[in-house]
Ligand binder design. Structure first.
Ligand code: ACO
Length: 386
């Protein structure tokens, strides 16, 4: 029998048809529903981009207003979710907390599987998606307060998605300029074709399980350092380097030991990730207008990008979105272990758009394998085994 095709990491294998986003990896271009990412960052908001991803078109003012009101109205999470969170270890990583808390929502809104009628009921799926997008920032911010022994700060319906999150994690009136930066970051992280976590959405969603399992699985997948977890690793790496003067020696030593430079490389982009370029420019603009510090870490990051690109650029390895997002959040005073949860909050929009697309034309994922194990072994009772 012919051996099945095997592509490690499924490189180059098309796993689905999708009309949600597109990457031109050679040119370094990214678009959502055909709109260039730079245009969306310049003119749109996270709320509008989330609806664009879910519905496929730029919404009318009335539709956007309705969606935004829905997000604001559903920010609260059930008191029992907070009770569950109270028993989680405060030293645990916020991504682990988020994974558990989102999965627990499925118990409060029980729906073990989607019936055919529910799968075809667009408003019902829309409502489920909107509520998950609305609640994830609240869960992350609740944890940020609870792990330091504080009561969670209730969400404020008068603030935008980004501004409300900044308010809930700090308890302070959010600086509009910082809320705008966070909004841009949420747009940049909202969607990115069939990456590992989105692929997990397709696989989990294809079993017709509820969306809380789907998003819980995606959160777990995003957490790894090769994926969304890299933004935290970047800042830890920059801290470890410690000074601009040490950059060259650090990179040489790390590469000699076959270590990865965090925030560099991408399966699809063979040039600089356009999101990294936008983030860097945003940081420079904000620093020059006094909204952000131009810190030592940012200076080190610029030097790491310059020197790492000299070394790795010829192999098509360049800075990716995670290289500057962590630095930017750090400059905003956000703790490093919240970087990936913020990524997840944003990506929930893209994940749920892909979940909807999968359900609209579903077939369960069931790939094959190349078996490399033994055949036809005779069972040996345990007492006879040497
Ligand atoms: N630093 C040093 N070398 C690298 C890096 C890096 N960051 N990334 C890739 N390479 C090298 C590999 O060592 C390998 O070299 P070799 O051919 O000599 O063995 C070659 O480039 C190919 O790398 P792979 O890991 O096979 O590429 P793949 O497409 O499987 O992985 C990935 C892509 C996971 C992003 C990889 O580049 C990486 O580990 N980067 C660092 C982690 C990171 O920043 N992840 C965030 C990605 S963006 C996101 O998920 C939001």
């Amino acid at each position: 029998m012919a051996e099945p095709n095997f592509a490690p990491g499924l490189e180059g294998v098309a796993a689905t048809h999708s009309s949600i986003s597109n990457i031109d990896g050679a040119a370094g271009l990214l678009s959502y529903r055909g709109f260039a990412i730079a245009d969306l960052v310049a003119h749109s908001s996270f709320e509008e981009v989330a609806l664009l991803l879910l519905d496929g078109v730029l919404p009318s003012a009335a539709d956007l207003g309705e969606f935004d009101r829905g997000l604001r109205a559903h920010r609260q999470v059930k008191y029992n979710v907070r009770e569950i969170m109270k028993f989680m270890p405060v030293t645990g990583h916020p991504m682990d907390m988020l994974h558990c808390a989102v999965a627990s929502l499925g118990m409060f809104y029980p729906q073990q599987e989607l019936s055919d009628a529910e799968r075809e009921n667009t408003p019902h799926l829309d409502a489920m998606a909107m509520r998950i997008i609305a609640r994830m920032p609240t869960i992350v911010a609740m944890w940020e307060q609870m792990r330091f022994g504080n009561d969670p700060i209730p969400p404020r319906p008068d603030l935008s998605h980004a501004a409300n999150f900044l308010y809930m994690i700090s308890g302070r009136e959010p600086d509009p300029a910082l809320a705008k930066i966070l909004d841009s970051c949420l747009i940049l992280h909202a969607e990115h074709t069939i990456n590992a976590s989105t692929f997990s959405v397709l696989v989990t969603g294809s079993t017709l399980t509820n969306p809380y399992h789907v998003i819980g699985g995606a959160i777990g997948t995003l957490a790894g350092p090769l994926h969304g977890g890299a933004n935290q690793k970047v800042v830890e790496m920059l801290e470890e380097i410690g000074s601009v003067q040490r950059v060259g020696a650090y990179l040489d030593e790390r590469m000699a030991n076959k270590g990865k430079i965090w925030g560099f490389g991408h399966r699809i982009y063979k040039t600089r990730d356009p999101r990294a370029a936008i983030l860097k420019e945003m940081m420079e603009n904000l620093a020059s207008h006094g909204h952000l510090r131009h810190s030592r870490l940012f200076e080190i990051a610029i030097e790491v990008e310059r020197q790492a690109t000299e070394r790795l650029g010829p192999k098509g390895i360049h800075a990716n979105v995670d290289f500057y997002s962590g630095v930017l959040y750090h400059e905003m005073g956000i703790k490093a272990d919240l970087f990936t949860p913020i990524f997840a909050m944003a990506r929930s929009a893209g994940w749920l758009a892909h979940w909807r697309e999968q359900l609209a034309d579903n077939r369960i994922f069931r790939p094959t394998q190349v078996y490399t194990g033994e055949q036809g072994q005779g069972y040996i009772p345990v007492v006879q085994r040497s």
